[in-house]
Design a protein around this ligand. Structure first.
Ligand code: MLT
Length: 263
């Protein structure tokens, strides 16, 4: 699968994988704000944005392999790979399947545990509803859980932008990704075996992957560190991009052996 990809900047390759059911469009502020310190590579995961869905059965492993093919195509041996929420699940699948391709890992507003039975059933409800033309009705349900209470109240631009991104998600991709996420395994053993540094980021108002999940991941990774972003929810990269970018820039500077940029 050839993933449609937007990139910016030069230097240390940093691949950022988007949340469900968004696209690489969510990383606009990261492409703009981080291009001075690294090469930001933001693909559309299969089915979303400009990338086709393909014929494979739903699986996060398939998405992780797509990302590695992208690295191959760009002749990048090792990269920092990270993702927000679903992008974090794909990152953990990549850690499991291709640890030799990593320089570092970023796990933002995501969790290492597998779904409980109830969560799996809910994903199937959403998948079926999306395929039955019910996506418009799901937008109102998803928005207030994905966006923190501060952004819902004070950041109309964020709310409007996320609404637009959800509305443009292809129903087939929504169903495929929900079924892929429902089948994901527990990743704590993978995190415990990670041999590269990991940055865990979480919005303090995240209700889908709350700070407790982030703390558990940061503790599991032998070389983990945690950044909590105040007044942000599940989409911390969109809700408080400057704080998110500061954390990533500090991490990449650490990996490159330098000191983090000021500001
Ligand atoms: C996401 O933002 O990618 C989703 O909330 C992930 C999930 O449904 O677990």
């Amino acid at each position: 699968m050839h993933l449609y990809t937007r990139s910016a900047g030069e230097g240390l390759p940093v691949v950022l994988l988007h949340a469900f059911p968004l696209s690489s469009a969510m990383w606009l502020a990261q492409r703009e704000g981080l291009a001075a310190v690294c090469k930001v590579i933001t693909p559309d995961l299969r089915g979303f944005g400009g990338s086709p869905l393909g014929d494979e059965e739903p699986s996060l492993d398939v998405m992780a392999d797509d990302v590695v093919r992208l690295l191959d195509r760009q002749e990048i041996d090792r990269a920092v790979v990270g993702g927000q929420s679903m992008g974090g699940y794909v990152t953990m699948a990549l850690c499991r399947r291709h640890p030799d391709r990593l320089l570092g890992v970023i796990l933002a507003d995501t969790k290492a545990g597998a779904d409980a039975e109830r969560a799996r059933a809910d994903r199937e409800r959403v998948a079926t509803a999306a395929l039955d033309g019910g996506l418009p009705a799901l937008v109102g349900e998803m928005l207030p859980t994905m966006i923190g209470e501060t952004s819902m109240r004070d950041r109309a631009m964020v709310v409007g932008r996320v609404r637009g991104l959800i509305q443009s998600a292809p129903p087939q991709a929504v169903a495929w990704a929900q079924r892929a996420m429902a089948g994901r395994p527990d990743s704590f053993a993978t995190l415990r075996e990670l041999t590269v540094p990991a940055l865990v980021i979480v919005g303090e108002e995240d209700r889908i992957s709350p700070p407790g999940d982030a703390e558990a991941m940061a503790e599991a990774v032998p070389d983990g560190r945690l950044t909590v972003i105040e007044q942000a929810g599940h989409l911390s990269a969109i809700e408080r991009p400057e704080a998110f970018n500061r954390a990533v820039a500090g991490f990449t500077a650490e990996l490159a052996g330098g000191s983090p940029p000021r500001g």
